[in-house]
Design a protein around this ligand. Structure first.
Ligand code: ASP
Ligand code: MG
Length: 451
């Protein structure tokens, strides 16, 4: 039994859904359970419509809702789901009336309204599969994914969800049915609709895989899996055939867009491999993410980057030999709910990077009460990931040798020992990644990389 998850672009049109049906049909012997995202940009569109209604733009909201309904009905034409789709858009319209009255957007409504994306797409994809000759059945994900009440960021209640998945979904798959479910959505024990957070369909796929005891979880996207460098920064990277969960999570935290970091949790616990595959190139083997370490002749498996981060430098001579400096600094970031990505420190100075600069001004003015503060907002973070990093000697020399022409502003070997992170000026990012990529990937261990 396997789980196959398809994202929004994979199900955005009738033609895309037909392609997906073909991919699933070719894997029926593995008893697939299919998890889908909302069609195309539906989630964003629903949230924008809800925002219009709250802001007193009820007519604009109606117009946008009618557009979304027309798109959905158009792509689902001939599948026999028109009545279902229309009824759902009527429900949505009634919610918009309520929102217009309330004048704000409570989190319960965010979940309720955004859930329609996956509720519709999963029904439509199941129908498209049947039209393509598959024996497909729809299961409402809210009946099997049980969560806590934290609307918009709900956490699954694992044992309850697993029990339901085992009782409801596994028997259908064993009987040869292709179950189609929506990702992203769930419900509380008392039946309120919740969501697992934006991009949560990968997470759903992983929960479903763990619950039905799948042998593999396949995440179908539109890239050939993970690469040795971020293609948006430097094209021409090599495909990574195999990588450990720990390395993949590290890459995801540091900007690789391929995988939602939380995805790995249920899969790691049950030791189920996760595959990243390309629905536009189904023959490619993609990237296999496994629980154990992956032996590799290369020191580094991949280079991730985050552009446009902010470096905050904090210095206080008064803190020489004093204690509590770090605590006071981090209290400020905590108070403004701003995550810190990377930290380097010496006795009297601390440099750290943040990705979210929404409260930067308030943070700086608080910090200036205890220290001198400078801010540099034209930096990029580069992160070398690989579990050989912890035991490769001379790695630092290779990094600095490769970057000899570039000013490195901060450097840290991550506490996980899997990563070495550097900060450079935005303007140097591409050259730095190019130099590092040439240094670490000029020869490739072919067990791990596709040459
Ligand atoms: N449709 C949801 C979103 O756009 C979940 C997902 O696609 O993973 O965030
Ligand atoms: Mg996604």
């Amino acid at each position: 039994m396997i789980v196959m998850k398809f994202g929004g672009t994979s199900v955005e049109s009738a033609a895309a859904m037909e392609r997906v049906a073909g991919i699933v049909a070719a894997r029926l012997d593995r008893q697939p359970v299919v998890v889908v995202s909302a069609m195309g940009k539906t989630t964003n569109r629903l949230l924008a419509i809800a925002a219009e209604a709250c802001n007193g733009e009820r007519e604009e909201a109606s117009r946008l809702l009618a557009e979304l309904a027309a798109y959905t009905l158009g792509e689902a034409a001939g599948l026999g789901e028109d009545a279902f789709i229309e009824a759902h858009f009527q429900e949505l319209s009634a919610f918009l009336d309520e929102l217009a009255e309330i004048g704000e957007l409570p989190d319960q409504y965010v979940d309720l309204i955004s859930s329609y994306g996956e509720r519709l797409s999963s029904r439509i994809v199941a129908a498209a599969f049947r039209k393509a000759g598959l024996d497909a059945v729809h299961v409402d994900a809210r009946e099997v994914i049980v969560t806590d009440r934290r609307h918009t960021q709900a956490a699954p209640l694992y044992s309850r969800s697993y029990a339901k998945l085992e009782a409801r979904v596994r028997p259908l798959a064993l009987a040869g049915k292709v179950v189609v479910m929506g990702g992203f959505i769930g419900s509380t024990q008392d039946g309120f609709t919740t969501t697992l957070g934006r991009g949560g369909s990968d997470f759903s796929a992983s929960i479903v895989g763990a619950g039905i005891g799948a042998e593999e979880i396949q995440i179908w996207t539109d890239v050939d899996g993970m690469l040795t460098c971020d293609p948006r920064i430097l094209p021409g990277g090599h495909r990574v055939k195999m990588i450990s969960f720990a390395e993949a999570a590290e890459l995801a935290y540091f900007g690789a867009k391929v995988l939602h970091p939380a995805t790995v949790v249920p899969a790691i616990e049950k030791n189920i491999p996760v595959l990243i595959l390309n629905s536009r190139n189904p023959e490619s083997e993609g990237t296999r993410i496994v629980a154990e370490r992956v032996a590799c002749g290369n020191a580094v498996k991949s280079i991730a980057c985050k552009r446009n981060i902010v470096v905050v430098n904090i210095q206080s001579l008064r803190m020489l030999m004093a204690h509590g400096f770090l605590k006071r600094i981090f209290d400020v970031f905590d108070r403004f709910q701003t995550p810190v990505d990377m930290v380097t420190t010496s006795e009297v100075s601390v440099s750290l990077t943040i990705d979210n600069s929404m409260h930067l001004e308030e943070i700086c003015s608080e910090l200036r009460k205890i220290a001198d503060v400078t801010v540099d907002d034209s930096s990029s973070l580069i992160c070398l990931v690989g579990d050989n990093i912890r035991e490769t000697s001379g790695l630092g020399a290779r990094v600095f040798g490769a970057l000899r022409a570039i000013n490195v502003r901060m450097i840290a070997q991550g506490a996980s020992l899997l990563n070495l992170s550097l900060v450079v000026a935005d303007a140097d990012l591409r050259a730095a990644v190019e130099a590092l990529h040439a240094e670490f990937f000029s020869t490739l261990d072919e067990r791990v990389f596709e040459a």
